[in-house]
Design a protein. Structure first.
Length: 334
């Protein structure tokens, strides 16, 4: 698994390190005896990525949980900001005529910060230069695909006026690597299920993925000026499962990006979900810009006889995805 000395390994991993209440992840980390946490750490160490985007990790205001995880995983630098998950709105956001439930938050969560995102890096993270697009309202993005019922906004105009697009977050994070400063574009989109005929989650998922291309188009935020990598959990397979496929298929074929299509034991699938529905799906992605030459890639989904197989299964239903890169000496258009 080790990367070559002249390559940069970028990875993404939905750790599912989420607990039922605030502070519980920090408690479990401090105890040092949690099987899942230890399995996640073993997978992270085995992957040995230079830059690792994490999803499904609870956020705490002091950052102590991430600090402990980063130290245990052997990373000198880490980054996280408050996600939209669990952020209260005071409104009925899912149309069940009640308020205060986990689906009434800006992003699903039983408490603020549940199932957030983070970045681990062996190289300095330029955190004062981060673009955080997480506060962008859904209705304010170009051509939003907002849910409607009988010609009216679902669940209400007030809810849509307050609804942020990002279920978790959208960050553009500059990292000072030996190859120069690169931008990591990372996100964790809503699953396109668990809703009704209005398809609120499916449409939100579509627009969260499409936002990445809108950034590159220059219609939202500031597009990266040089090499970048998209790494995150899109919660959408281009072929199987539910969801509006145009979002992910358009992203995967964007001429500004490369799709290494990393493979593991189950091909390009990255998540091990119950059969037959939804079954194994490809939902986790590392997509380098065309500035890079792809050296190697893979999905850490070991074969059953591999010593890491049980560890990976204990860690998460998702499997870490990695790509080895080196800057291409030819210009992107040449």
């Amino acid at each position: 698994m080790a990367a070559q000395a002249d390559t940069l390994r970028v990875a993404t991993y939905n750790t599912e390190l989420s607990r039922d209440g605030p502070g519980l992840l920090l408690r479990d980390l401090a105890r040092g005896a949690d099987d899942q946490i230890n399995a996640v750490l073993a997978i992270i160490k085995a992957a040995d990525a230079d830059i690792l985007a994490l999803q499904g990790i609870d956020y705490d205001l002091t950052g102590e949980a991430l600090s402990q995880l980063s130290k245990a995983a052997g990373y000198a630098y880490h980054f996280a900001q408050r996600p939209n998950t669990g952020m209260p709105t005071g409104l009925d956001m899912d149309g069940d005529r009640r308020r205060g439930g986990p689906r009434d938050a800006q992003g699903y969560g039983r408490f603020s910060g549940q199932g957030g995102m983070a970045i681990l890096s062996h190289f300095p993270i330029l955190d004062t230069q981060v673009q955080d697009l997480s506060a962008l309202l859904w209705r304010d993005v170009p051509d939003p695909t907002l849910p409607m019922v009988n010609g009216a906004p679902f669940p209400s105009d007030a809810a849509q006026a307050a609804q942020r697009l990002s279920t978790t977050a959208h960050w553009i994070v500059p990292i000072d690597t030996p190859a120069g400063v690169i931008d990591l574009m990372t996100f964790h989109a809503s699953p396109p299920v668990f809703d009704g005929p209005e398809d609120r989650n499916g449409k939100r998922n579509h627009d969260e993925i499409r936002l990445l291309q809108q950034v590159l188009d220059g219609t939202v935020g500031i597009a990266p000026a040089g090499p970048f990598v998209i790494a995150g959990d899109a919660n959408l397979d281009p072929i199987d499962g539910q969801g509006i496929k145009a979002a992910i298929t358009t992203l995967l074929t964007d001429p500004r990006l490369q799709d290494p299509a990393p493979k593991g034991t189950h091909g390009t699938d990255t998540a091990d979900w119950a059969e037959p529905v939804p079954g194994n799906l490809r939902v986790d992605y590392v997509l380098p810009s065309i500035h890079w030459r792809i050296i190697d890639s893979g999905v850490m989904w070991p074969t059953p006889d591999d010593p890491l197989a049980e560890t990976a299964a204990t860690a998460s239903r998702h499997h870490l995805v990695w790509v080895d890169l080196t800057l291409d000496p030819a210009p992107p258009d040449g």
